[in-house]
Design a protein. Structure first.
Lengths: 469, 391
């Protein structure tokens, strides 16, 4: 369809002020955080900003009838090209549709539109003494729609799990424009065993099955106390063992994070006042709950760390906690400091391996970095085996980019070999779709059949998950 | 066409943006516009395309780059440490340079290059008044510069410091009472105040991409102030103070201070004696004071000295008012939207007055708060009243 006809058709559905069609505006919808998104040119033909389910439905019905690809987009903070229009067409920017429709306190749930930013939701819920537990590092930018589409999580997944555990129901516009409500159309219960769980099919579907227009999510009472322990280990292998000892003692911290030697060096270069000790690994534990249990669990963790040969500090003082946590909070930004002329690129950054093989994975990834002569900064959620590898290169150097591609491929294959996955929380998109057959075997075919059943014309976010791009 | 975003030789800045989007969280324009071209990240990406010569610096680029208040919130937030506001200004320079004969550009340059002279033309003063009265809601009197002597000395005592007063354009023409209060308070506190016939600081020009002229004015101002042997240069305008310090105006023997910064950090003034009425005052930290100078909270600190003033907190704290100098003229609906959200918060604070230190913020906030009976003033005016000064 030519662009004038497409524009004319969109103007019949949404306010012209919410349609972007000039070349430069469209190009600003060609990227997310992934390195891949700036290596290709994935420009949409038009961008629309719907603000109602009826508008989304109208756009989908039109697109489906005319075979035009549609890519839903939140804040564009993803790392997989998930919201990048691989085949052009329409991009739906939902980030401005950001109303919290209802906080249903007696029923411990909330109804939100897809553009609500995670931290804004939690600021809103805090007024009611509630919170939404999944906590991505991108809390200040990512939207709830994006979180649901990617089944996001973060540091506190150790205790609280991932987004899917909190989604009670969804309003979804299907690729042909039909609107359905999953999880029971008038349901406000916290459990529901009625029928096939369609909600779970849409969570993590990365916008390939429909457009999420309303989210009914479960909220929890806000913990009243919090404490942080920092443990420093001379040898990397001591750290995963110490984590297992904490679990064996019957303690479930809300977060367990690791910084390896390279991450420690990067943090010290970025913020010298942090002054982290130059050890092989630092573990950070966060414990939350009521004040008495937090204090007891913190002291237990302190003892366990000492027994494992670590130097350890425990605190519940807000200022000291912030200081102890500072290394973890700045490491993502600090990674590029290991190479002043380098840039951190998001590629192969989210593998997740079995708990018992974290140390092995970290060692092997470092070896691969040396083999390909690329700076690798490793940190992440050791409590659930989710390792973030920050790769630092000169993106303008074709030789380095070629080496990066080989390194990333090896990191992804390593994760699968170790019995893990290429992505713990960021998703597949275009970046990891080549590994879908290896990860899922013939289950991938079942995924494709679900996709084809819901989207026979293949208009919903094509080029992601199911087929190598 | 290949272009270059020159930023003190650190051109790799553009490579450092990983498009994480954290800047989206703090950008007032994005919050109102709700679309990627309004985001700081979008404009940095655009600057990269201009830098690589992938796009030409035409009207589309100019329009997108204009969607920025240069408040600096994004630069303070950026995990990669990118000076986002400066990148946007540098990219604007590219688009401006691509249109050397634009009439709009030529007029803009002339106004700011010669504003110190324009005030002496009755026709200009009349035109400004005509514009200011119905539209800005102001009724400025004669420009401050014509009412302030070049040299003001404290009465009956030897000056403790010799300071230069940097009189900004907007204060001079639109809020002359602020300038008069500043000079009189400084003089009352023992300063010999020199108000030389200086030029525009250059910020409006740099913001519009007119970097060469902005630099010329900076050099010229440096020469003018440099000839007086001053202990310090003081300005009551946060934006002038930000621009001058960011560009190394006061590197040598005459550091630049914003008014509240100078009071709190250098003069340590005695507590005034006259109790002020209407004491519920909310402090609005202008973005250039808060992010540019990193002096958030300084206004509150000095107002604490004034008897009768009971500071009230704005729920959620200070935010961008949406003024941004010429931004409010170019993007009236966006500017009004940003102001509307913020004004609602200020109203809910119970404040009877708002104290701030930026003429653009003052005019903008006044527009949003006047109907609610909340007045907007400069700390210098409150000190002036509380010290019981006159003349």
């Amino acid at each position: 369809m030519d662009s004038a006809a497409l524009l004319k058709a969109m103007k019949k559905i949404v306010d012209p002020d919410r349609i972007l069609h000039n070349e430069l505006e469209r190009r600003l919808y060609s990227y997310d955080s992934s390195f891949l998104s700036v290596r290709g040119r994935y420009c949409p033909d038009i961008v629309v900003l719907p603000r109602s389910t009826a508008e989304v439905s109208g756009i989908m019905a039109f697109a489906c009838k005319n075979g035009i690809p549609v890519t839903p987009r939140g804040a564009g903070s993803g790392e997989t090209c998930g919201c990048v229009p691989a085949r052009g067409g329409i991009v739906m920017d939902l980030s401005g549709w950001d109303t919290v429709e209802e906080v249903d306190v007696p029923n411990m749930q909330a109804l939100v539109r897809p553009g609500v930013v995670h931290s804004r939701l939690n600021e809103h819920l805090a007024r009611f003494g509630l919170f939404f537990p999944p906590d991505p590092g991108s809390t200040r930018m990512c939207t709830l729609g994006g979180m649901v589409a990617n089944n996001s999580s973060g540091m506190r997944a150790v205790k609280y799990g991932t987004t899917e555990q909190y989604i009670l129901g969804l309003e979804v516009v299907l690729p042909d424009g039909e609107v359905i409500v999953t999880g029971g159309q008038n349901c406000r219960s916290l459990k529901n065993a009625s029928g096939i769980n369609l909600t779970k099919i849409f969570v993590g579907s990365e916008g390939t099955l429909g457009v999420i227009t309303l989210i009914r999510l479960r909220v929890w009472p806000r913990p009243r106390a919090r404490g942080i322990a920092m443990a420093c280990f001379d040898r990397l292998e001591q750290a995963p063992e110490a984590v297992l000892d904490v679990y064996r003692a019957g303690i479930l911290p809300s977060g367990i994070e690791i910084l390896d030697q390279s991450a420690i060096a990067a943090v010290n270069l970025y913020r010298p006042e942090t002054n982290l000790p130059p050890v092989e690994a630092i573990l950070l534990f966060e414990v939350d709950g009521n004040p008495a249990s937090v204090e007891w669990e913190g002291r237990e963790i302190e003892e366990i760390m000492k027994k494992n040969g670590a130097a350890v500090e425990w605190s519940t003082d807000p200022q000291r906690m912030a200081a102890l946590w500072q290394g973890r909070s700045v490491v993502a930004a600090a990674a590029a400091r290991l190479r002043p002329d380098g840039t951190r690129v998001f590629a192969g950054e989210d593998v997740c391996v079995p708990l018992g093989r974290v140390a092995e994975a970290l060692r092997k990834i470092k070896d691969l970095g040396r083999q390909y002569d690329i700076v690798v900064v490793a940190y992440g959620h050791i409590g659930d085996g989710n390792i973030h590898t920050a790769l630092v290169i000169d993106p303008d150097n074709p030789d380095e980019v070629a080496r990066l591609d080989r390194l990333v491929d090896e990191i992804h294959r390593l994760a699968i070999d170790l019995g893990g996955t290429t992505t713990g929380e960021h998703g597949v998109g275009m970046v990891r779709s080549a590994y879908s057959p290896l990860e899922h075997g013939n289950a991938l075919e079942t995924m494709r059949r679900i996709k084809e059943a819901l989207d026979p014309r293949g208009v919903m976010n094509p080029g992601k998950i199911y087929h190598p791009w | 066409m290949s272009a270059s975003i020159k930023l003190d030789a650190k051109e790799e800045y553009l490579k450092k943006c990983v498009r994480c989007g954290q800047c989206r969280y703090v950008c007032p324009v994005l919050a109102e516009a709700g679309r990627e071209p309004a985001s700081p990240r979008g404009k940095v990406y655009l600057a990269g395309l201009l830098q690589k010569g992938e796009i030409s610096p035409g009207r589309q680029a100019e329009r997108i780059l204009s969607l920025c208040l240069t408040c600096g919130a994004c630069a303070a937030e950026c995990p990669s440490g990118l000076p986002v506001d400066r990148i946007i200004k540098a990219a604007r320079a590219l688009t401006a340079e691509a249109r050397p004969y634009s009439p709009h550009r030529l007029i803009f340059r002339q106004i700011f290059a010669r504003q110190h002279l324009l005030g002496s033309f009755p026709a200009f003063a009349a035109a400004l008044k005509k514009l200011a009265d119905p539209w800005l809601g102001l009724a400025p009197g004669k420009p401050a510069r014509s009412r302030i002597p070049v040299i003001s000395v404290p009465e009956n005592r030897k000056p403790r410091l010799k300071v230069g007063y940097f009189l900004g354009c907007a204060t001079n023409h639109l809020l002359p009472e602020v300038a008069l209060s500043t000079v009189r308070v400084l003089r009352h506190l023992g300063c010999e105040v020199i108000t030389p016939p200086s030029h525009c600081c250059g910020l409006p020009l740099e913001t519009a991409g007119e970097r060469d002229l902005a630099r010329r004015l900076l050099d010229e101002n440096r020469r003018i102030f440099g000839s007086f042997g001053l202990d310090a240069v003081v300005t009551d305008c946060s934006s002038c103070s930000h621009h001058l310090t960011e560009n190394g105006f006061g590197l040598h023997s005459q550091p630049v201070y914003e008014f509240s910064e100078f009071l709190a950090g250098v003069l340590n003034p005695p507590r005034p004696s006259r109790e002020l009425e209407g004491g519920a005052v909310a402090c609005h930290d202008p973005c250039h004071l808060r992010y540019g100078r990193k002096l958030g909270g300084r206004i509150l600190q000095v107002l604490d000295l004034i008897p009768g003033i009971a500071p009230v907190e704005i729920p959620g704290g200070s935010a961008c008012c949406g003024g941004g100098g010429t931004f409010s003229l170019k993007h009236r609906a966006l500017s009004a939207g940003i102001l509307g959200r913020y004004a609602a918060r200020i109203k809910s604070s119970g404040a009877q007055r708002v104290a701030t230190a930026c003429p653009s913020c003052t005019i903008q906030l006044d527009r949003g708060l006047k109907a609610s009976g909340i007045s907007v003033c400069h700390p210098a005016q409150l000190f002036y009243a509380s010290y019981g000064l006159s003349g």
